[in-house]
Design a protein around this ligand. Structure first.
Ligand code: ADP
Ligand code: ZN
Length: 636
């Protein structure tokens, strides 16, 4: 998405002449010729003033060949040449002149004067050069006009002539966006601050031999401020910002994109330290494997290869940082994500309540709000919207107030603007209703509680009810405490099942009704149990026997045939069902026991949409202490 706040750079002043060097030269030559013509034509006709010589006694009109003869006979002391006369002054003080039919230049006259040590003047602008220019001038003008028209046309037609030149597609500016202008994306900001320092003091890092990432991928839904954040990095570091859009690279003509990439990096390196920003990088960097379309991919592939070559081409000692934005990182070619390229990903997600409030504040700085306006209410009502939507709401409310001829924006204007935003967004971005929010808040609290109370589960780092991507209305983020795990023990698998069941159990216990939101959880819980029985030998049903299932090609797509008896299949089914029921009862009992803690978590979620892991732990601990329970916290 492009930014309305962009500041036009100061370095574009000379663009006209830079773009049209021939036209500039033609204009320049015309001006020079006009000046010289008028200078020279202003011939000195008053012979008594000739060369300021007081000795002049008389004048005489002679033939051109006479002057040459006088020179050869050494009778001439000085000569003045204009476009229409040659005036020679005699040693006797007589001026002899030729007027009218004088050749505009005479390459024999000047050497003659020089050979005889005779001073002369007035030759400027009347030599061979000016003759040539006046001959070539019409050609020049014609050529310049043609070039000008061709340029105009090529722009309209997508660059046949201007193919290699990407002047208009590469945007260069010096943004004065600061980190304070980007709100609600704190984690992302934390990730990019070190880049600012590097761009400001590159020598420090280079001397130390520190390896600064060359490429950073900003990942997130449209309108969350990826472009804005990239600009803020440039703004904070006070370095130039070169930006292009991935889709702008892909042209009809093979080779155009690649040459634009070359151009972009050339400019960035020339102006280093600097930032290169590539919006919608997925347009270039789509996985080659997933391409699929017949032909027509040459252009994209060439562009991508050029980009890879450019990124490999400058060392970590060149202070150019490439930032790219996408909302579909999974479609990117693996080559782009390799070390030394875009090896770091930064999530720029939709803002939570606090983030939205901060964004609203930033954008309402430049508009006039009535005292009655309560931005907190606006922030509450805009769950699921991105920064760009919020900026739009503020602007829309200003338009509404203006139309009603109000002096300032009132709360009602903002509410109306919110409504409009949601109506417009209905198709791509659903608004979460209050009922849904409540369900999600309890559901996620159930997961979170079970994760904290179950030994073998991973602790909670963050619970959120901000809708994300397709389908998911909320999520509980677990991060393992230690590094990568390749083995799981039986109790850990069971713990995972308990945590998964926590969501649905919470809905049943606290809301009295079950929603479709737990479908995915149950799917996963069932799959874990099945694997425990048939793959890992962790049950009495099958013992150590591994029970494989084969996809039969005869039975058609979805059908699966078991390699084990019907009886075994029944036993497995029964075992899974019983185990799930057993665990489910246990989980429900746990939730009931911690009713107050769940209520508290759900309330916080409804208020601010996000709870950090340590607040979850604090709520549970306090609840246990208030009720004199012996702690069941599993991770302390
Ligand atoms: P993206 O590049 O992620 O699609 P942009 O950076 O182009 O989004 O955002 C468009 C505009 O929306 C910005 O110029 C800014 O006015 C507003 N905006 C978006 N996100 C934020 C944010 N986190 N903080 C402040 N303003 C934002
Ligand atoms: Zn769930």
């Amino acid at each position: 998405m492009s930014n309305q706040n962009s500041n036009k750079g100061n370095n574009n002043n000379n663009n006209f002449f830079n773009d049209n060097p021939l036209l500039a030269f033609a204009i320049f030559s015309i001006v020079v010729i006009i000046i010289f013509k008028s200078f020279v034509a202003e011939g000195d006709r008053d012979f008594s003033n000739f060369m300021g010589n007081p000795k002049i006694k008389r004048t005489e009109h002679v033939k051109y060949s006479d002057i040459k003869r006088y020179i050869k006979e050494n009778r001439v002391s000085s000569v003045k040449i204009t476009s229409s006369t040659i005036e020679a002054i005699d040693k006797s003080g007589t001026v002899r002149y030729v007027a009218g039919n004088v050749p505009a230049f005479d390459d024999k006259l000047i050497p003659l004067l020089e050979d005889n040590n005779i001073t002369y003047e007035g030759r400027i602008g009347e030599g061979i050069v000016s003759q040539l220019i006046s001959m070539l001038l019409p050609i020049f003008i014609f050529f310049a006009i043609w070039l000008f028209i061709a340029k105009k046309m090529s722009k309209g037609m997508g660059g046949i002539l201007g193919a290699g030149k990407s002047d208009k597609l590469i945007n260069s500016e010096r943004p004065n966006v600061k980190f304070d202008d980007v709100q609600g994306v704190k984690e992302a900001k934390d990730e990019v601050v070190e880049i600012v320092d590097f761009l400001k003091y590159p020598e420090r890092y280079i001397e130390l031999g520190a390896k600064i990432p060359k490429g950073l991928l900003l990942v997130g839904p449209p309108g969350t401020g990826k472009t804005l954040l990239a600009k803020a990095v440039a703004g904070e570091a006070e370095v130039p910002f070169f930006s292009v859009s991935g889709s702008g690279f892909i042209e009809m003509f093979v080779g155009v994109g690649a040459s634009r990439v070359r151009d972009l990096f050339e400019q960035a390196k020339r102006n280093a330290p600097s930032i290169v920003f590539i919006d919608e990088i997925d347009a270039i960097g789509k996985s080659r494997a997933s391409g699929g379309q017949m032909g027509g991919n040459d252009e994209r592939e060439q562009t991508l290869n050029q980009l890879l070559a450019e990124m490999d081409g400058f060392g970590t000692d060149t202070p150019v940082i490439v930032l790219a934005a996408t909302n579909r990182p999974e479609t990117l070619d693996a080559a782009l994500l390799r070390a030394g390229r875009f090896d770091r990903q930064v999530l720029v997600d939709k803002p939570d309540y606090a983030g939205r409030l901060a964004i609203l504040k930033v954008h309402s700085k430049d508009v006039k709000l009535d005292e009655s306006v309560d931005l907190e209410v606006v922030a509450k009502q805009t769950a699921g919207l991105a920064g760009a939507d919020l900026a739009n709401i503020i602007n829309e409310s200003a338009l509404l107030a203006g139309r009603a001829n109000k002096k300032s924006i009132e709360q009602s204007d903002l509410l109306e603007a919110i409504e409009r935003a949601f109506v417009g967004l209905e198709k791509k971005n659903r608004k979460v209703s209050d009922v849904e929010k409540r369900i999600v808040a309890y559901h996620e609290s159930g997961h979170a509680l079970m994760a904290e109370l179950t030994k073998g589960a991973t602790r909670v780092t963050k619970v959120s009810i901000i809708p994300r991507g397709l389908g998911a209305l909320g999520y509980t983020l677990h991060l393992p405490d230690d590094e990568d795990r390749f083995l799981k023990q039986k109790h850990e698998l069971l713990a995972e099942i308990d945590v998964l069941l926590g969501g649905r159990a919470a809905e049943e216990v606290f809301l009295g009704e079950i929603s479709t939101g737990a479908g995915n959880d149950l799917d996963r819980a069932t799959a874990i149990l099945k694997d425990m029985i048939s793959v890992y030998g962790m049950s009495d049903v099958a013992g150590l026997m591994v029970l494989s299932r084969t996809q039969s090609s005869f039975l058609g797509g979805g059908m699966v045939s078991n390699d084990y008896s019907e009886k075994m299949a029944e036993e497995i089914d029964a075992h899974i069902k019983n185990t799930l029921n057993e665990r489910y009862t246990f989980v429900k009992d746990t939730l009931k026991e911690y009713r107050g803690a769940i209520e508290k978590m759900a309330q916080v979620l409804l208020d601010v949409e996000v709870i950090e892991g340590n607040l979850v732990q604090k709520i549970i601990k306090e609840y246990e202490e208030e009720n004199n329970m012996s702690s069941r916290m599993a991770h302390i």
